[in-house]
Design a binder for this molecule. Structure first.
Ligand code: BV8
Length: 257
């Protein structure tokens, strides 16, 4: 994270009282998170993920069916390296604050683009994974999940002979229909929609806050930097999720006391 981001991460962010008032009245809240909320856990954001060995590859070339067909060993090992680095990290105060925020609302739907399970590990109960989960592996032909596989081949093969692959959504692949439907329903029926730690560049996830806006929701962005969504947001809290969310939770708890 840049020095500026570090400095911003520690600054007390001004959270408008109007936002707290809106949240105190809200019954249904939806949240979309991206790689930025896991950055403070030490997981590089998607476009930074190519550190070290991966510095010479385009993530959007690796995270595609064509990339896997072209070089299954390289793609499998990229995900194995990311899976190993994720296994060693912990949820951060941003994940924890979202898990605590759930209790303040009748309906709280957490939609994530992340594949790292950190929201679930932080205690969030209703997590909608739009892009799958790196800890799950499936057959590339039968699409069934496989929990045990030999590690003598890279990628390993399913008993049917086809390669195994990570259970994530690659560029050019459809999102899981049920997850997308739940995310769209939450966006269309919430009073407040948070977009947290996402550059808002990947579709159809990036459409969700705009769908909420069209349905009359108050859109709140939490990000140290401006994004394509910032100009549409009613509140743009320019700071790190791990710093802003605990402050927001504390103010809401006081207002609700
Ligand atoms: C689909 C899993 C139908 C794999 C991922 C042309 C125009 C529009 C769309 C398209 C197009 N051509 C193709 C498309 C569709 C394409 C797309 O959107 N492309 C983009 C690049 C233009 N989408 C798809 O293919 C999707 N499928 O649409 O199917 C279809 C089919 C064919 C053709 C057309 C349509 C599937 C998309 C899912 C891809 N899989 N992940 C893996 O991880 O390996 S995407 C992956 O990248 C993530 O899941 C995430 O979605 C995205 C990265 O975005 P972010 O999470 O936002 O991360 P990023 O690094 O960008 O930003 C981090 C942010 O955090 C920054 O803003 C930073 O400032 C902030 N931050 C940093 N620190 C902090 C912080 N914020 C808060 N606190 C901090 N501490």
């Amino acid at each position: 994270m840049s020095l500026l981001r570090h400095l911003m991460a520690d600054m007390a962010i001004d959270i408008p009282q109007e936002l707290i008032g809106t949240l105190a009245q809200a019954r249904r809240v939806a949240v979309l998170t991206g790689a930025g909320i896991s950055a403070e856990s030490g997981i590089p954001t998607f476009r930074d993920a190519l550190t070290g060995l991966w510095a010479n590859y385009d993530p959007q070339a690796l995270a595609t069916p064509e990339g896997f067909a072209r070089d299954p060993k390289l793609v499998w090992e990229w995900y194995a390296a990311r899976r190993a680095s994720i296994a060693g990290v912990q949820p951060n105060p941003g994940h924890a604050a979202l898990a605590a925020l759930e209790r303040h609302f009748d309906k709280f739907t957490l939609v994530t683009q992340n594949i790292d399970s950190l929201h679930q590990r932080a205690g969030s109960r209703e997590v909608v994974e739009l892009h799958g989960n790196i800890t799950r592996v499936k057959c590339s032909r039968e699409e069934i999940l496989v929990s045990h596989f030999p590690d003598d081949e890279s990628p390993p093969r399913c008993s049917c002979g086809a390669y195994l692959r990570p259970d994530v959504v690659w560029f050019g692949e459809m999102l899981p229909a049920e997850a997308l439907a739940r995310a769209e329903e939450a966006a269309e029926h919430c009073e407040v929609f948070f977009s947290i730690g996402t550059s808002a560049q990947v579709y159809p996830a990036a459409e969700l806050p705009l769908r909420a806006l069209s349905a009359g929701a108050t859109v709140v962005e939490i990000n140290p930097e401006r994004t394509a969504l910032t100009r549409h947001a009613r509140f743009a809290l320019q700071g790190a999720a791990g710093s802003v969310l605990p402050q927001l939770l504390a103010k809401l708890a006081t207002a609700s006391a």
